[in-house]
Design a protein around this ligand. Structure first.
Ligand code: F6P
Length: 324
């Protein structure tokens, strides 16, 4: 493989706290190794607009603690097409880019794979609050999102128990129940609804009513956005079924995607950014850096984009048991 002297970096898909920390790590590791680094704005969308610029060490100063991404991000329909991918490759070639680091979720890794197939060395870094990617125990941003959710649950519990209410709290995660399950364990929820384990409204109502009869002062129900029952539908059903508690809804929404990355996310993002550049310089490509056990290791991009991460139902059972 030709020597790597010019590395580009982009963030793509939904933003995640810690992306900036990772950009900083990529830029500084590349500069330390004598490479030029280009920041591509707005993910693949910006690449297709030819929107990129050289990044210097000082330009990534003061961002280690900032949520979001200074490069901007997007979900690009055009880049999903073969014509779009060929155009992107052409633009990268016109800047003599030797290699690329892609920071994002599974859609972003599919884009990375397309560029690998067109001949560009690419290493991916997993970043999405959903934690739905195969090949890494944790993606960048998950820990921060969980801390935000847990803080929200604590606050909602205060008001819930003062008024003897049930709170339905909706978490993000698309089709993956990871955030909801973990929120259930760390937030002490009575019930957790996730896409991977469908339930009926009657089952949920029975648990909430049971909690009321056992003298609980509140009931926390976590609903993953991809669950088989809609939060609003569940709320009106619980009101009608008279389960004891009156019901309120809080949809946490995009609050979960923002904020200062936690220490865990900063460390993970730094390690993944450094190892991604190291891997490229050592001649590796077509891999994503994954947290396996305590180590950050390369995993094949082909597996990341084709394999499904399995739901951890042990934690789901744990949340249920601890709700007693
Ligand atoms: O993938 C991250 C995520 O926040 C999902 O949890 C959610 O379904 C989706 O992105 C929301 O996307 P948008 O920011 O486009 O509304």
């Amino acid at each position: 493989m030709a020597e790597i002297k010019r590395i580009a970096v982009l963030t793509s898909g939904g933003d995640a706290p810690g992306m900036n920390t990772c950009i900083r790590a990529v830029v500084r590791t590349a500069l330390y190794n004598g490479c030029d680094v280009f920041g591509i704005r707005d993910g693949y969308e910006g690449l297709l607009r030819n929107d990129m610029a050289l990044l210097e060490a000082r330009e990534v100063g003061g961002i280690i603690q900032r949520g979001g991404t200074i490069l901007g991000t997007a979900r690009s329909d055009e880049f999903r097409t073969e014509a779009g991918q060929a155009k992107g490759m052409q633009i990268l070639k016109s800047h003599n880019i030797d290699a690329l680091v892609v920071i994002g979720g599974d859609g972003s890794m599919r884009g990375a794979r397309a560029l690998v197939k067109l001949g560009l060395p690419v290493v991916g870094v997993p970043a999405t609050i959903d934690n739905d990617m195969w090949g890494t125990n944790m993606a960048i941003g998950v820990d921060t999102a969980l801390n935000t959710i847990s803080d929200a649950i604590d606050k909602l519990r205060d008001t819930a128990s003062s008024h003897r209410r049930a709170f339905l709290i909706e978490t993000m995660g698309r089709n993956c129940g990871y955030l909801a399950v973990m929120a259930g364990v760390i937030g002490g929820a009575e019930v957790v609804l996730i896409p991977e384990a469908p339930v009926t409204i009657e089952e949920v109502a029975a648990k909430v009513e049971d909690a009321y009869k056992r003298g609980k002062t509140h009931s926390i129900v976590i609903v993953s956005e991809g669950a088989n029952v809609l939060t609003t539908e569940l709320a009106s059903a619980l009101e009608q079924m008279d389960v004891g508690f009156s019901t309120r809804i809080t949809i946490l929404g995009h609050i979960q995607r923002g904020g200062r990355p936690t220490a865990f996310d900063r460390l993970l993002a730094s390690r993944m950014g450094v190892t991604a550049v190291d891997a490229l310089l050592a001649g590796q490509t077509d891999v994503m850096m994954g947290l396996r056990g305590r180590e950050v290791e390369p995993v094949p991009l082909a597996d990341v984009v084709s394999k499904q991460r399995e739901a951890n139902l042990d934690y789901y059972e744990m949340a249920k048991m601890l709700a007693f």
